[in-house]
Ligand binder design. Structure first.
Ligand SMILES: [Zn+2]
Length: 175
């Protein structure tokens, strides 16, 4: 297969009830929501709350495996249900440097994909946009939170940092 050209930026949009918007989100917001969701009862989950833990699972699997062929195979088949249609978009919606209109891909959310497909699709955006570079896992034992932080950050919160120090001290004192 010939390699694709670098630097081609793709634009994804959604359409729902006659409205169109850019498929855009904030990684921090998603991680916070996924973290909060850890405490929710799985039984009373709204559709969106069924998506969050699955996005989390993808992030954790990425940390464990990296981008292997098997990983991409699973990701690609999980998001099969999310279909995009190509549109050439007006310049007021999608400006271009050249002055010529650009194309974008629009998915129809009036036919909601399954939470699995939705989550895989969201994760694919997180992965391909490079957002994972800033994502960390809390290293405090038992804490499952993901957060956005600098490379040296180890804990999701001050709380986890001090708990970790207390535990370490206790271990040292008891040995
Ligand atoms: Zn933590």
């Amino acid at each position: 297969m010939k390699k694709a050209l670098l630097g081609q930026e793709e634009v994804f949009l959604w359409k729902q009830k006659g409205r169109i918007g850019f498929w855009d989100f904030d990684i921090e917001e998603i991680l916070n929501a996924a973290n909060d969701d850890l405490e929710n009862d799985p039984k009373d989950k709204l559709p969106w709350n069924q998506v969050l833990p699955r996005i989390r699972d993808w992030v954790i699997r990425y940390f464990r495996e990296g981008v292997t062929d098997a990983f991409l195979d699973d990701l690609n088949s999980a998001m099969q249900d999310v279909r995009y249609t190509k549109y050439v978009l007006p310049l007021d919606l999608l400006p271009s440097r050249s002055g010529y209109p650009r194309s974008g891909y629009i998915t129809d959310l009036d036919q909601m994909p399954s939470p699995e497909a939705y989550a895989a699709n969201d994760f694919s955006r997180i992965l391909t946009s490079g957002m994972l570079e800033r994502v960390r896992r809390c290293q405090m034992e038992g804490c499952k939170r993901l957060f956005v932080g600098p490379p040296q950050a180890k804990w999701c919160s001050k709380n986890c940092g001090s708990k970790h120090r207390v535990r370490k001290k206790r271990k040292r004192d008891s040995s």
